[in-house]
Design a protein around this ligand. Structure first.
Ligand code: MIC
Ligand code: MG
Length: 306
């Protein structure tokens, strides 16, 4: 239904709806969907929640994932995804765009934009994709202070602390940091860039009772595991953060090459969503029908209808 109908909007804050999904026994599967159109398609495929990747939002703006985008940039993305899908979304908050006060501002801004959850990472700027080399880690206590600041600012937003420490401080370092961030008030932990099934298993064993997130990004350090496998290893959430963008980018690349080579788009038609399918995806005709019904119903009684 068109999102503009107020009665159809959820009453419960997004953070509460996100938490409720984690109360179910199964792992929460969140594909990346950082644009309104992606949100509609992912919802249609049956996902109950979505992930909004900093890497994907940055790349969509033609920027590298080095922490250059702003809170307002991200809120623009959040608003369209929430509006389109009406699902709880987990948003990549990078390093919080600064220090503790910036983190608080981010939490307030993300909640107002409609987010259900955020993750905050322990890197220094310029932050990097967790699966690359040369990451600079923040002091663990500085990061804990940011987590505590996020807690202080939130009304309902679910707060996930991400640690990038596994590469430089090993499993012991990552576990110690995760414990500190939990003490500071994190609701869950995202151990970034673990490199084997055994590492995922060990991290989960050493964090009993803690909600954990697995990042199944491609072309990174984590071997391919399925949602079911992560669930069996003790993970509560899994994301496929950039997969949708990688596929869409390849498709665009091929289209532009086809136009250059053939002077038109006809050779690409069989790979296109048709106009009818696009309109169906965005509910075009439902909005039109709604508009037509409104024009009739707002005419005050007794007024001549033209
Ligand atoms: C999850 C992540 O933070 C993201 O921004 O999507 C990235 C994903 C990626 O670059 O593949 C990450 O740092 O893992
Ligand atoms: Mg990121």
């Amino acid at each position: 239904m068109p999102y503009v109908i107020g009665a159809d909007l959820p009453d419960q804050p997004a953070g509460q709806r996100f938490r409720a999904l984690l109360d179910r026994p199964q792992i929460l599967e969140m594909p990346g969907a950082h644009l309104g159109i992606a949100a509609l398609l992912a919802k249609r495929a049956g996902f109950p929640a979505l992930y909004m990747s900093g890497a994907a939002m940055s790349a969509t703006m033609g920027l590298p994932d080095l922490g250059m985008i702003t809170v307002d940039d991200v809120c623009w993305y959040i608003r369209q995804v929430v509006r389109a899908a009406g699902l709880p979304v987990l948003v990549d908050g990078d390093t919080g765009y600064g220090e503790a006060l910036n983190v608080m501002h981010m939490v307030r801004a993300f909640e107002e934009a409609g987010a259900g959850a955020v993750h905050l990472e322990d890197q220094l700027l310029p932050k990097k994709c967790g699966h690359l080399n040369d990451k600079k880690l923040a002091d663990a206590h500085d990061m804990a202070a940011k987590v505590a600041a996020a807690r202080k600012a939130r009304r309902h937003l679910y707060i996930i602390a991400r640690t990038d420490a596994a590469a430089s401080e090993g499993m012991d370092g990552a576990v110690a940091r995760a414990k500190l961030y939990l003490e500071a008030g994190a609701d869950a932990i995202f151990p970034e860039a673990l490199t084997s099934r055994e590492m995922f298993a060990e991290f989960a064993r050493r964090m009993p009772g803690v909600k954990l997130l697995a990042n199944m990004t491609e072309f990174g350090r984590t071997p391919f595991l399925t949602a079911k496998e992560f669930e069996e290893l003790g993970y509560a959430m899994v994301i496929w953060p950039v997969s949708h963008l990688r596929v869409a980018n390849r498709a665009m690349e091929e289209l532009y090459a086809t136009i250059r080579e053939t002077g038109g788009t006809m050779a690409a038609l069989d790979r296109m969503q048709t106009r009818a399918q696009l309109y169906e995806t965005i509910g075009y005709h439902e909005y039109e029908a709604l508009d037509a019904s409104l024009v009739k119903t707002v005419v005050p009684e007794g007024m001549p209808q033209g």
